[in-house]
Design a protein around this ligand. Sequence first.
Ligand SMILES: [Zn+2]
Ligand SMILES: [Zn+2]
Length: 257
Amino acid sequence: MRITPLASGSAGNSFLVQGNGSSVLVDAGLSAKQITARLGQVGVDPASLFGILVSHGHADHVKGVGVLSRKYKLPLFMNQGTWDEIKCMVGEIHSLNLFETGKVFQVSSFRVHPFSVPHDSAAPVGFRISMGPAGVGIATDLGSVTSLVTTVLQGLQVVVLESNHDPKMLRDGPYPWELKQRVRGRLGHLSNEDTGKILQRIVSDELQSVILAHVSKTNNKIDLAMKSASSSLKSFLARRGTLVCALQDEVGPTIEW
Ligand SMILES: [Zn+2]
Ligand SMILES: [Zn+2]
């Protein structure tokens, strides 16, 4: 399997997951034009995608899904709550495939397990995507650490996990009070410390790579997020596990396993 972050952050999120000759996107939160350009950087024609999995209805995850679906005849996969949340924004789409949160389904060669995450949209999920024994877990928007999340993310080779903010930078930063409360709330986004707690619980001998995601440009710094995660992953790093950060403005790195 292979995963490539096309973008991650509050201005747009999208991940390309590939394996056994098929490719899917998890979220498409940039314009279709930008997603197409970023896919081009890794040599993928959007028309060759099997479809787009949608985690939740926030604009930074769905901005490009309508146009991509229409233009390249791509099926969309999401739950009913997310569809109800976004149907007015996305317009006509090529085809809609509804899944039930918690129920595993097949998308091309991928086995997909959508799991519930605590976040302030209609029906937010993370995804565990596997092919035989290989698998990746993706949880980019969640406000707190739940036992479901730490259970589902165990035993994987690759984990993509949000490390959104540094609590002090958020507190002292420019966001209005209400927005600060939202971000730090149980249904907002994970702080670097929260991310560290999850990483400590899910680290195993199988784990090869951790990709930090949705790092705030305003309320965090890449090196703070990396430093915090590193301190929770000492044994993992000692045996040469890979810790990287997905960026807002750059594609990559591609992780293959
Ligand atoms: Zn969100
Ligand atoms: Zn988001």
